[in-house]
Design a binder for this molecule. Structure first.
Ligand SMILES: [Fe+2]
Length: 158
């Protein structure tokens, strides 16, 4: 189940990209492991050095973050429309307790970034993906992520 070989196995990073959004969206995803009984899921994101973001989202689960390489840049979008920014550098660790209040944008630094995430989702809900105006586009669950990763692995091996 677990795959800690970050750069070795072909297909270990899934490239995710969407050119139809109003912001630069593109990053690499790698599933590391999960535990259905404990409702925990671990994965890593690799951000490029060109400002590619992951989908604008709000965390619904308690999340632990460790910046393994480069930087993680976060822009939180408050309900007033105001934004606040935060930067975490290599080696920085953070954890949240329960759902985040606001959605955020997330990308790498000038040299990109590799970030480890571990989520605890007792109700199976991980993220809400959010539109430009704050509308929820979709909810991503524990099972959605596992299914998407297993589908990708099947494609790689086909
Ligand atoms: Fe996030």
């Amino acid at each position: 189940m677990s795959n800690l070989q970050f750069h070795i196995e072909p297909g270990s990073w899934q490239m995710i990209k969407n050119d139809s959004l109003t912001y630069l969206m593109g990053y690499d995803f790698q599933m590391l492991g999960w535990d259905r009984e404990a409702q925990t899921i671990d994965f890593a994101l690799r951000f490029d050095d060109k400002g590619g973001h992951c989908q604008r989202h709000r965390h619904l689960a308690s999340t632990t973050v460790l910046v393994m390489e480069g930087e993680q840049h976060l822009t939180e979008i408050h309900s007033s429309g105001k934004t606040t920014s935060k930067k975490r550098i290599k080696g920085e660790y953070a954890r949240s307790n329960g759902a985040d209040q606001n959605p955020h944008m997330e990308r790498g630094g000038p040299d990109g970034g590799v970030v480890f995430y571990s989520c605890y989702a007792p109700d199976g809900r991980l993220f809400e993906l959010v539109d430009d105006d704050g509308t929820i586009i979709r909810e991503v669950t524990f099972e959605d992520m596992i299914e998407a990763w297993e589908h990708y692995q099947e494609e790689v091996r086909a």
